[in-house]
Design a protein around this ligand. Structure first.
Ligand SMILES: O=P(O)(O)OC[C@H]1O[C@H](O[C@H]2O[C@H](CO)[C@@H](O)[C@H](O)[C@H]2O)[C@H](O)[C@@H](O)[C@@H]1O
Length: 281
């Protein structure tokens, strides 16, 4: 595996990588799931971690202070689709699900979650009729996530147009039930406010007593985590921001612009994790 993957063109990236490699026992790796560890697929229930992801994480994790997956998925779903449970090397893995409102850890094997929001039940009941009434595109699909409900347009004839047509109506519906809309890659999720990947990541880094951090993501929901790393860099914590880019053009330009390193989707993330493990091995 080549060390050229461990080069960044930004000064923050260079500083972050140097600190990470110099003091790995206090380094933290945090990764998004869909689009970063798992390739994007048309059916969200068919998404699975890249076959190289768990082996690469299991090689790297024993060298590090901590490793976490931070995802919009329910934590238990990410654990299942990722194949993260019971893996030698990942005995301390933490999965922060629902943008940080849920937490699974490998030590207990249990999921702990914040309280429920009654608005989610109301939206769940209302959404099918609501989508019919507003003439949502055929192929629009509702993903019931338990603590949230997501509306996907990837399987419609024109996913971008279907997505744009839903934006305003879903914003209104969410607001009327005290929820927010979390936009993602051809998905609009109605979920409780008050938590995001930035809040979740910052709290996790404090808990892990991080000396440096590397965060990788591919979507709008990851911008909050990028913001947290940028803030912490300002306070002296070295950090590397990695964009899991793809040829699809779906990755938000802002995420690319704010990253220190762009890699080629989940395969590129796996290569990067292996290059880090090689460098520390
Ligand atoms: O925070 P993440 O781990 O990136 O999760 C964000 C959402 O990912 C899933 O949707 C995305 O991946 C699907 C499977 O590849 C794809 O079909 C969809 O278009 C993408 O938006 C998941 O279904 C959502 O619940 C997550 O919030």
């Amino acid at each position: 595996m080549s060390s050229h993957l461990l080069t960044s063109s930004t000064s923050d990236g260079k500083e972050g990588l140097a600190a990470f490699l110099a003091n790995p026992e206090r380094a933290v790796v945090a990764l998004d799931f869909d689009g970063t560890l798992a390739p994007i697929v048309p059916d969200p229930e068919s998404a699975r971690a890249h076959p190289g992801a768990v082996p690469a994480l299991a090689r790297l994790a024993p060298h590090l202070g901590a490793v976490a997956v931070i995802t919009g998925r329910p934590a238990g779903v990410a654990v299942r689709y990722g194949g993260f449970a019971g893996v030698p090397g990942l005995e301390r893995l933490v999965v922060l699900g629902h943008y940080g409102a849920e937490r699974w850890d490998a030590v207990s094997g249990e999921v702990k979650s914040a309280g429920d929001h009654s608005g989610v039940d109301a939206v769940r009941a209302e959404l099918p009729g609501f989508l019919d009434r507003i003439g949502a595109w055929r192929g629009t699909w509702i993903e019931d996530k338990g603590r949230a409900v997501a509306v996907h347009t990837r399987r419609t004839e024109n996913p971008e147009a279907a997505f744009e047509a839903l934006r305003d109506p879903l914003n209104e519906l969410a607001a009327s039930h005290g929820l927010i809309v979390e936009p993602g890659r051809l998905v609009l999720e109605l979920r409780p406010p008050g938590m995001d990947k930035g809040v979740a990541l910052a709290a996790y880094l404090r808990e892990a007593d991080a000396g440096s951090v590397l965060y990788a993501g591919d979507d709008l929901g990851d911008l909050a985590a990028f913001g947290a790393v940028e803030r912490l860099r300002g306070e002296g914590l070295p950090g590397v921001l990695v964009c899991s880019g793809t040829a699809s053009g779906e990755v938000p330009p802002e995420l690319v612009a704010r990253s220190d390193l762009v890699v080629d989707g989940p395969q590129g993330v796996v290569d990067l994790l292996n290059a880090l493990a090689d460098a520390l091995g």
